[in-house]
Design a protein around this ligand. Structure first.
Ligand code: THU
Length: 144
């Protein structure tokens, strides 16, 4: 994966990235998705170096479900984190990318790196810049 700095300037090294990918794949196993059977896991790497994980959880009242990315974001924010280097999203295969609502939720916290991985081939990790997934975004700067 190589040594790198995330798009928002926070350093991410190879070991941190491997740990992040592993966390996303592991938490995916806890997905509660009996309606879609579409398991997703997400792991957020905060500037503190800590990782916060979340899985999607569905509900018999469909609209009450939440995506993995926002589950992870909720855990991180609730722990007091506000700056993030990267998020890794894990699906069944490498075609996973965050949904539009999650792109918006994440963009509140800067232009982090978004890594996407499939459980079928954990060695293949795609990297996106959040601003490429959500161009011309509406962020907190618009309200200042
Ligand atoms: N899902 C996520 O958790 N993250 C995404 O980025 C895409 C969709 C979940 C929501 C729902 O539980 C299931 O996947 C099918 O849409």
């Amino acid at each position: 994966m190589g040594k790198q700095v995330s798009e928002n300037g926070i350093k991410v090294n190879d070991a941190a990235l491997r740990t992040l990918v592993k966390a996303a794949l592991e938490v995916r196993e806890n997905s509660y998705s009996p309606y879609s059977n579409y398991k997703v896991g997400a792991a957020l790497l905060a500037a503190s170096g800590k990782i916060y994980a979340g899985a999607n959880f569905e509900n018999a009242s469909f609209g009450a479900g939440t995506c993995a990315e926002r589950a992870a974001l909720g855990a991180a924010l609730s722990a007091g984190e506000r700056r993030f280097a990267a998020i890794c999203v894990a699906g069944a295969d490498g075609s996973i990318t965050p949904c539009g609502i999650c792109r918006q939720a994440l963009c509140e916290f800067g232009d982090m790196d978004v890594y996407c991985v499939g459980a079928d081939d954990p060695s293949e990790v795609k990297k996106y810049k959040l601003s490429r997934l959500l161009p011309a975004s509406f962020g907190p700067d618009r309200l200042n």
